[in-house]
Design a protein around this ligand. Structure first.
Ligand SMILES: *Cc1c(COP(=O)(O)O)cnc(C)c1O
Length: 449
C-alpha cells in the first residue's frame, strides 16, 4: 500500500469501471473479474513485472492470481517478452505453416508421455471442446461424463454444474445451452469412483468420453483421492470410453509432464491451455497418433482456426516451455508452494478460524471450510463471506488474490522468499482481524438474545 493513495486508487478504478459498464456487459470480458462474489469493484491494472502487479494509480501488489494460471514465470518474463517482440517484428499472422509451430508441438510431445501428436488452438475452451468432438467422432458415441465442480471452458456440453465463475455466480448451467445437448452430459461426483462406475453401468455402451481435471482447480484446489485417477482409467477401458485429462491448469504446472506424470496415470487425450501459452492465447489437445490422425485433414473429424499456431502466441509458448525445461524449476516451485501453504496453515491455526489449505505443487486454495474438500458436496458450508473479507483485506494489504473462493492461488518462479513472507504476514494480520470480527459478532448475538 502506498502512502495515502488508496482513496485515489479506488476512484480511478471505480471511474474506469463506470465507463466499462457502459460498453461491456457487466463491465468485464470474463464474469469472475467483476468481483461480485467478493464484493466491491474490480481493480484495473496497468502493468505487471515478475511477482508484482501495478494498478492504474501506481499501487503495487504481490500477485498470487497469476492471470488464473498461465504466468508460471511471473509477469513480463524477459524471455517471453523478447520472443514475442521478435516474432511481432516478423509478422503477426500468416495463416500458413511456420517452423515455430513444429517446434512447440515437438516440445509439448516431449513433455507429455501420452501425447504423440498435438493440435494447437487459441484457448482452453476451444481445446476441450475439440477434444470432446474428436472423442465422439472416434468412438461414435455422443454421451460424455463430466464432474460437478470441474470446469472445461464455456462450450455448451460443459456448462452443466461447472466450477469457477459458474459456481461463484450460482449459475450451475446457463440459458442458451440446448436441453437436448445437456442431456448428453452425465454429471459425476469427483473423488467418488463408485458413482462413476454406476453411471457407466446405467449408460452401458453409450459413453464416448470422460473428461476430468486430474487435480480439480475450479472448485478450489481439490487433489484426486488415492486411486481415483487410476480407477477412472480402468473404467474407461472397461467401457470403451476415452479418458480425457483437462490439464489446462495442471499441465506444465504440477510437474513438467503435468498431472499425468505426477500421478502416473495415462489419459487418451490431454487438453492444454494457460501455461502452454505463457500469457498469450494458446490451447492445444493431443494424444496418440492413432486418435489424433482422425482429425481433418488426415481424418474425418473437423476442427480449424484462423489464428491457430499464431506466431506471437507460439513464440510465447515456446519461450515459456523452454524456461521450464529443468527439473530444478519444478523443485523450486514445489518448495515455494510448500512454504506458502505452511505459512498460511500456521496463520490459520494461530487465529483459530475454521479454514484449511489444499495444495498440489504451486497451486493451492485457502478454503474457509471446516472439513476437507473432496468434491462439490464438501463445499456445502463454505464461508464465502469470510473469503470475501479475506480477499478485500489482502488487497488493502497489497496482495492480489483470485476474486473467488473457488479458484487457486498460483505461485510462480518469480515469487521470492520475501514475496512469500509478505503474503503470509499480510494473511496472518487479515485472518486475525477476521477472527476478532467473528468473535465480536458472536458476543453481540449472545448479548442480544
Ligand atoms: C481455464 C480453464 C479452461 C478454459 O480455458 P480458457 O482459455 O479460459 O478458455 C478449461 N479447463 C480448465 C481446467 C481451466 O482451468
Amino acid at each position: 500500500m502506498k502512502d495515502g493513495k488508496e482513496d485515489l486508487t479506488m476512484d480511478s478504478s471505480a471511474e474506469m469501471f463506470e465507463r466499462a459498464l457502459g460498453v461491456i456487459p457487466g463491465g468485464v470480458n470474463s464474469p469472475v473479474r467483476a468481483c461480485d462474489s467478493v464484493g466491491g469493484k474490480p481493480v484495473f491494472f496497468r502493468e505487471g513485472h515478475g511477482s508484482r502487479l501495478v494498478d492504474i494509480d501506481g499501487r503495487e501488489y504481490v500477485d498470487v492470481m497469476g492471470s488464473w494460471g498461465p504466468l508460471i514465470l511471473g509477469h513480463a518474463h524477459p524471455d517471453v517478452v523478447d520472443a514475442v517482440c521478435q516474432a511481432a517484428r516478423s509478422g503477426t499472422s500468416f495463416g500458413a505453416c511456420t517452423a515455430a509451430e513444429v517446434e512447440l508441438a515437438e516440445l509439448i510431445c516431449s513433455r507429455f508421455d501420452s501425447v504423440e501428436k498435438v493440435r494447437l488452438v487459441s484457448s482452453g475452451t476451444e481445446a476441450a471442446m475439440s477434444a470432446v468432438r474428436l472423442a465422439r467422432g472416434v468412438t461414435g458415441r455422443d454421451e460424455i461424463i463430466k464432474f460437478a465442480g470441474c470446469y472445461h471452458g464455456h462450450a455448451d456440453s460443459f456448462l452443466i454444474s461447472a466450477g469457477s465463475g459458474a459456481l461463484t455466480l450460482g449459475v450451475p448451467s446457463s440459458p442458451g445451452v440446448p436441453a437436448d445437448l445437456a442431456k448428453l452430459t452425465h454429471l459425476a461426483r469427483f473423488n467418488d469412483i463408485e458413482n462413476v462406475r454406476s453411471i457407466f453401468e446405467e449408460a452401458a455402451g453409450s459413453i464416448g468420453a470422460l473428461i476430468v481435471e486430474p487435480v480439480a482447480g475450479n472448485m478450489g484446489v481439490v487433489p484426486p483421492a488415492e486411486g481415483f485417477l487410476g480407477g477412472l482409467r480402468e473404467l474407461c477401458d472397461e467401457h470403451g470410453a476415452l479418458l480425457i485429462f483437462d490439464e489446462v491448469i495442471t499441465g506444465f504446472r504440477v510437474s513438467r509432464g503435468g498431472a499425468q506424470e505426477r500421478y502416473d496415470v495415462s489419459p487418451d487425450l490431454t487438453v492444454m491451455g494457460k501455461v502452454v501459452g505463457g500469457g498469450l492465447p494458446v490451447g492445444g489437445f493431443g494424444g496418440p497418433a492413432k486418435i489424433m490422425n482422425q482429425l481433418a485433414p488426415e481424418g474425418p473429424v473437423y476442427q480449424a482456426g484462423t489464428l491457430s499456431g499464431n506466431p506471437l502466441a507460439t513464440a510465447a509458448g515456446l519461450a515459456t516451455l523452454k524456461a521450464l525445461a529443468a527439473e530444478q524449476v519444478y523443485e523450486g516451485l514445489e518448495a515455494s508452494g510448500e512454504a506458502l501453504a505452511a505459512g498460511l496453515e500456521e496463520a490459520v491455526s494461530s487465529c483459530g478460524l475454521g479454514a484449511r489449505v489444499q495444495r498440489v505443487g504451486s497451486m493451492m486454495t485457502l478454503f474457509f471450510n471446516e472439513k476437507q474438500v473432496e468434491n462439490l458436496d464438501s463445499l456445502e458450508g463454505v464461508r464465502t463471506d469470510l473469503y470475501a473479507k479475506f480477499y478485500q483485506g489482502m488487497l488493502e494489504g497489497g496482495v492480489t488474490l483470485p476474486p473467488s473462493q473457488y479458484e487457486a492461488f498460483f505461485v510462480s518462479t518469480a515469487h521470492t522468499a520475501a514475496d512469500i513472507d509478505k503474503i503470509i504476514s499480510t494473511a496472518a494480520g487479515v485472518l486475525a482481524s477476521l477472527k476478532d470480527a467473528e468473535e465480536a459478532q458472536e458476543t453481540g448475538k449472545a448479548e442480544a438474545s
